[in-house]
Design a protein around this ligand. Structure first.
Ligand code: A2P
Length: 327
């Protein structure tokens, strides 16, 4: 068996579990139950965002688990993100405080810039839209300045590590020239393998975390209904099915193990206790070199991207919109 550490070591020796629990599109009681099941299954890394509007539920479930034993907090690795409406240097602290307050924590382990583009700050509305349905995009914001402010936030001790999400290669290098982000979280799965960005990130020494590692069916279905575009279901691809059968594993486990063997951390999400367990049970089997090669051929590059932000009409006009091609 090849040896892959179950943690990624960050500055100062903190450890980020390589398998985390994603929470996008889950809210309220369903999420609280799922987080409980995830804690039981052994997850300690939890990924949320202000924009998911579920920090209260996640915080509540974590608090119950911590109970009266404050030392348990140290076992957790909690991630949240600055929303597009907070991409204004003078408002970063306010948005961060709101997250910390909702999570009911004293600190977060990792704070990420969620997206490089920005919305106008509209109190009480994380997704401000114009009457025609397009977003209230703020074209005046500056990603570099927001990054410098996030770095200052780290000095308060209430954020242990800082990083970025949904950046392209040029943006990642630009911010690294100011100060290297400690994590890059991007969409990665079999159809959108992001080889060049992963390589660039590795070269810079920045750990990569894959969101939607199973192809985010809920988002794909929503977008398909809106645009008519077809998104193949990763979990039923013949290649993945065949490899799963030969290992006696599920197709989900094959897709996740593929990312792990590429050296990428993952944050799969599920609300089903059985699948929650499956998704963290990836350490006792290994894909062969030829299986890795076969899975690599499934990549569709930019055309495989699901989360292209087309659901936020107007953001493509922002100079820091990260993706070249709008599909
Ligand atoms: P469910 O909550 O019913 O398990 P992603 O992490 O890429 O966004 O994918 C999440 C989606 O994949 C959810 O719809 C989730 O549904 C489903 N899912 C999660 N784990 C598995 C698995 N092991 N096998 C099949 N589907 C899964």
């Amino acid at each position: 068996m090849m040896s892959i550490p179950q943690y990624i070591e960050l500055e100062g020796g903190d450890r980020m579990p390589r398998i985390g629990f994603g929470t996008w599109q889950a809210s309220s009681e369903v999420l609280e139950k799922a987080v409980e099941a995830a804690l039981d299954a052994g997850y300690r890394h939890f990924d949320t965002a202000r924009a998911y509007e579920n920090e209260v539920s996640l915080g509540r479930a974590l608090k119950r688990w911590i109970g009266n034993d404050a030392s348990r907090r140290k076992e957790l690795f909690v991630v949240t993100k600055l929303p597009p409406g907070g991409m204004h240097p003078h408002l970063v602290q306010e948005y961060f405080d709101a997250s910390l307050n909702d999570l009911a924590l004293d600190y977060v382990d990792l704070y990420l810039i969620h997206v490089p583009f920005a919305f106008e700050h509209v109190p009480g509305d994380l997704h401000p839209a114009n009457p025609d349905g397009s977003m209230k995009v703020d074209l005046t914001t500056n990603l570099d300045e927001v990054w410098k402010t996030i770095l200052k936030l780290k000095e308060t001790g209430r954020v242990r590590h800082v990083g970025v999400s949904n950046l392209n290669e040029e943006q990642l290098k630009r911010l690294s020239d100011i100060k290297k982000p400690e994590c890059l979280q991007i969409e990665i799965h079999a159809l959108c393998q992001q080889e060049s960005l992963v390589a660039a990130s590795k070269e810079l020494g920045i750990p990569v975390v894959a969101y939607s590692p199973l192809g985010s069916k809920a988002l794909a279905d929503t977008l398909a209904a809106k645009t008519g575009r077809q998104y193949p279901d990763l979990l039923t691809l013949p290649t993945v099915k065949r490899i799963a059968e030969s290992h006696g594993r599920t197709t989900g486990q094959i897709l996740l193990r593929y990312a792990i063997q590429r050296g990428i951390a993952i944050i799969p999400k599920s609300t089903n206790p059985q699948r929650i367990k499956q998704n963290i049970s990836l350490w006792d089997f290994e894909l062969s070199g030829s299986e890795m090669k076969e899975l690599a051929t499934l990549d569709r590059g930019e055309n495989g991207r699901i989360c292209d932000f087309s659901f936020f009409r107007g953001v493509e006009k922002h100079r820091d919109f990260p993706f070249k091609k709008q599909i």
